[in-house]
Design a protein around this ligand. Structure first.
Ligand SMILES: [Zn+2]
Length: 290
């Protein structure tokens, strides 16, 4: 997962270039009427740890008919996450990502590209373990190390938004998240993209579930090659059928805990965060041959 210092620096240069050209209103101007765009942005007050997604938590039904929210779990992985970012950018639309902590510290440059695209970044534990089976201390450790790792990878500005791996919660971890004012996201529409494994069938699965339900928060995975391939077709189909994208943003950024930030720093053993490396030209230099 960890690249060499030289290739990391090169990747970081690309991430910096992306940061230098953020997703602005001017960039949106390239999107014509055929693009999905963002119809509505909602700000979520995470005080008390509200739950969203009707598969598990039914307290807040804020979507109107034909409204859809995109969510992507388990990344970042350079190739597939970038393909997904490109498809979303081509429609000037936005999503929420729930990255895995260990990948976030492994590929900080990719996570910074997600942030630069105007997307919201939550967290999805550090090791992607089943918290339904974990004890209270283990669950707290996985949740908090996940948030610290994602914040380090993204360079800050991440959301107090959490999704359970396998959508399996536990009483203790729910209480912990509530006390930390972290919102919990299940899903309305599970694409089962990791099982479907075929781009056309992923589009069909999501569209048929959406048509049946009329609206919803869709769960997909930005580490799945078939999802990356399916997304352009899915976005086109959603536009053709009159769906509108809702983007979620947090009222406040997540406040990570210092002890877990320190654990992450120890774990990465001084590996620099994206954007902090020296430029490649200062690391690798061609020297005169004679
Ligand atoms: Zn997951």
């Amino acid at each position: 997962m960890r690249m060499t210092l030289i290739s990391r620096a090169a990747a970081s240069a690309a991430a910096l270039a992306a940061l230098a050209a953020p997703h602005t209103a001017a960039a949106d101007a390239k999107c014509g009427p055929e693009a999905l765009g963002v119809a509505r942005t909602v700000e979520i007050d995470t005080t008390g740890g509200p739950g969203f997604g009707f598969e598990h938590y039914k307290a807040h039904d804020f979507l109107q008919p034909k409204e859809v929210i995109f969510t992507f779990d388990d990344g970042p992985l350079p190739s597939h996450t970038r393909t997904i970012l490109k498809a979303l950018a081509e429609h000037c639309t936005r999503a929420t990502f729930f990255p895995v902590g260990k990948l976030a510290v492994g590929y900080p440059e990719v996570l910074r590209e997600v942030a630069a695209g105007g997307h919201t970044i939550g967290a999805h534990t550090f090791n992607h373990i089943d918290l339904g089976k974990a004890g209270a201390d283990k669950a707290k450790d996985e949740i908090e190390r996940g948030f610290s790792a994602v914040a380090r990878g993204a360079g800050g500005g991440t959301a107090p938004f959490f999704r359970y791996p396998f959508l399996r919660d536990s009483k203790d971890s729910l209480a912990h998240l509530g006390g930390r004012n972290i919102a919990i996201f299940s899903t309305d529409i599970d694409s089962f993209d990791f099982k479907v494994q075929n781009p056309d069938n992923i589009v069909k699965t999501v569209m048929s579930k959406l048509e049946k339900r009329g609206k919803g928060m869709v769960l997909m995975h930005d580490i799945q090659p078939a999802t990356a391939k399916a997304l352009p077709g899915l976005l086109k189909e959603l536009k053709a059928k009159g769906y509108k994208v809702v983007h979620m943003r947090p009222k406040d950024q997540v406040k990570t805990l210092a002890e877990f930030d320190a654990l992450i720093e120890k774990d990465v053993k001084g590996l620099p965060a994206a954007g902090q490396e020296k430029p490649t030209s200062s690391v690798v230099k061609t020297i005169p041959s004679n």
